[in-house]
Design a protein. Structure first.
Length: 427
C-alpha cells in the first residue's frame, strides 16, 4: 500500500474535545469513527469545528476520492471503510480514522474500497491489530497491507460494477426507511393520537380515509381518554417476548453445520466473520429466520425485523411475536414505547442498562373493541411494512452477490462482461 498511495495518516481530536464542537458547520467538519461504515458514510454523525481548530489539523484534510478507515474500535466499528463523500467536505479526521489516498494512476479508490470491505479481507486487517480488546492498527500497518493489483482499467471496471450494486442497496435502504416511517406515522395517527376520532368528534371526515373505514371509529372519547369503547391493554398481554438462550450450552460440532449467534452486535451491524456459532441442536424456539422481529432489551435497545438468514437467538434479545395482533401492529406497539424503554435503561446504575419484564407489563397500548379497525389499518400499513422488509431482503441478496463477485473477478475466474450480465439479471 505504501507504494500505491500518496498519503496514509490519521488526525487528532481538537483541544477541548467534544465540548468545543460547533452546533453547525461554519466551514470544516470533523470525521469520527461513528461516520465510517462499510461502503457507507453517515453524514448525521459529523461534528463541526472552528476554522482555528481546523488549521491545527490541516495536515489531515480529506479530499474527494479519499478512503476512510477506522483504525481503532471494538469488534463492530474497527476496520470499517468507506469513500469520503463530497457532501462532508471540507473535512478533517480525528485520531481514530485514517485517510488513505490512492495513486489513481495505479490504484482505483473504488477497487481498493471493494478489497478492504470484503468479508475475507476483514481477518487480514484484524491480523495487524496492535491493541487488546479495543483493536488498533497504525499507519505502518496500513503501509504494509498487500493487495492484488489487476490493470487499472480492470480495477475501474470492477469498481463500477460493484458500485452499481451499492447504489441499488442504498436505494433499497432509503425506500425501506421511507416505507417504515409511513407505516409508523399511520399507526400513530390511528392508535396513539386517535386522529380519526378527533375528526369525527368535530363532525369532520377523517383525512385520507374512505367513509367505510371512518365509520369504524367512534365519534367521542370515554372518561379514560380513549376512544369510546376502546380499552387499554398491557403490551405484555398481547405480545409474546421470548428471551434468547445461553448459546454456549450448544457449541457447534467440528465439521458440522452451525448457525450464527445473534447478539446485540449482530442486531446492530449484521452477521460478520467474528460472529459466534452454535450447533444445530439449539431448540427450535431459539432458531431465527428472515422476517422474525427481534428486540434487544439491554445495552443498545433497538428493535428490528431480521433479514440476514438463519441464526440462533442469544440471551439479552427477545424474539417478538403475537397470536393476538399482526406483525406490523406489535412492531409499532413496541416502537411506541421504545423511547421510554431507553430512558429506563439509561437510568440504571450499571455498565449495561436494561429493562425488565415489569416494564413490558406497565407499557400500555390502546386496543379497539372491533377487530375490523385493525383489519382496515392492516390494508394500508401491512403492505408498506412488508415491502420495507422485502427491500431489506433484496439488499442482502445484492450484498451477497457483490461479495461473491470480487474474488472471482480478481482471480480471473469470472470476466467483467459475465459479471455484468449477472448483476443486470438481479438488479
Amino acid at each position: 500500500m505504501k507504494d500505491l498511495t500518496s498519503k496514509i495518516g490519521s488526525g487528532a481530536t481538537p483541544r477541548g474535545g467534544a465540548a468545543t464542537y460547533l452546533p453547525a458547520r461554519i466551514e470544516h467538519s470533523l470525521i469520527r469513527s461513528q461516520c465510517v461504515h462499510d461502503r457507507q458514510f453517515d453524514l448525521d454523525a459529523l461534528s463541526f469545528i472552528s476554522p482555528e481548530q481546523a488549521k491545527g489539523l490541516r495536515g489531515v484534510e480529506v479530499r474527494s476520492g479519499d478512503l476512510l478507515l477506522n483504525i481503532t474500535g471494538d469488534g463492530v466499528t474497527f476496520g470499517r471503510c468507506c469513500l469520503a463523500p463530497d457532501a462532508a467536505l471540507p473535512a478533517v479526521v480525528n485520531q481514530h480514522v485514517a485517510i488513505i489516498r490512492p495513486d489513481r494512476a495505479r490504484l482505483s479508490p473504488g477497487f481498493l474500497l471493494s478489497f478492504l470491505t470484503h468479508p475475507e479481507a476483514k481477518p487480514y486487517i484484524e491480523s495487524f491489530n496492535a491493541g487488546g480488546s479495543r483493536r488498533a492498527i497504525t499507519k505502518g500497518h496500513i503501509e504494509n497491507f498487500e493487495i492484488p493489483l489487476p490493470p487499472i482499467a480492470e480495477q475501474e471496471a470492477i469498481a463500477a460494477l460493484l458500485q452499481a450494486l451499492d447504489d441499488k442497496i442504498e436505494l433499497n435502504r432509503r425506500m425501506s426507511a421511507t416505507l417504515e416511517e409511513m407505516a409508523r406515522a399511520l399507526y400513530r395517527s390511528w392508535f396513539v393520537d386517535f386522529d380519526p376520532v378527533h375528526a369525527r368528534a368535530l363532525g369532520q371526515s377523517p383525512a385520507h380515509m374512505d367513509p367505510t373505514a371512518a365509520a369504524l371509529f367512534p365519534d367521542s372519547f370515554g372518561p379514560d381518554g380513549l376512544p369510546k369503547g376502546w380499552e387499554r391493554r398491557s403490551l405484555d398481554d398481547i405480545v409474546d417476548f421470548l428471551n434468547g438462550a445461553a448459546l454456549q450450552k450448544f457449541p457447534p460440532e467440528d465439521g458440522a453445520e452451525s448457525l450464527p449467534v445473534i447478539k446485540i452486535a449482530e442486531l446492530r451491524s449484521g452477521i460478520t466473520s467474528k460472529s459466534g456459532r452454535a450447533g444445530l441442536q439449539v431448540p427450535e424456539k431459539y432458531k431465527i429466520s428472515d422476517g422474525d422481529v427481534l428486540f434487544s432489551w439491554s445495552g443498545s435497545l433497538l428493535q428490528k425485523v431480521w433479514t440476514e438468514g438463519p441464526g440462533a437467538l442469544n440471551q439479552h434479545l427477545f424474539k417478538v411475536s403475537s397470536e393476538v395482533v399482526p406483525k406490523w401492529f406489535h412492531f409499532f406497539a413496541v416502537d411506541q414505547h421504545m423511547e421510554e424503554f431507553r430512558q429506563v435503561a439509561a437510568s440504571k446504575a450499571t455498565t449495561m442498562g436494561h429493562i425488565q419484564r415489569h416494564h413490558l407489563k406497565e407499557a400500555m397500548i390502546a386496543m379497539p373493541e372491533d377487530d375490523a379497525v385493525v383489519a382496515a389499518a392492516g390494508e394500508l400499513i401491512g403492505p408498506a411494512f412488508e415491502r420495507a422488509i422485502s427491500a431489506d431482503l433484496e439488499s442482502q441478496t445484492l450484498a451477497t452477490l457483490r461479495d461473491s463477485l470480487l474474488p472471482r473477478l480478481m482471480s480471473g475466474e469470472l470476466r467483467i462482461r459475465e459479471a455484468e450480465k449477472r448483476v443486470e439479471e438481479v438488479v
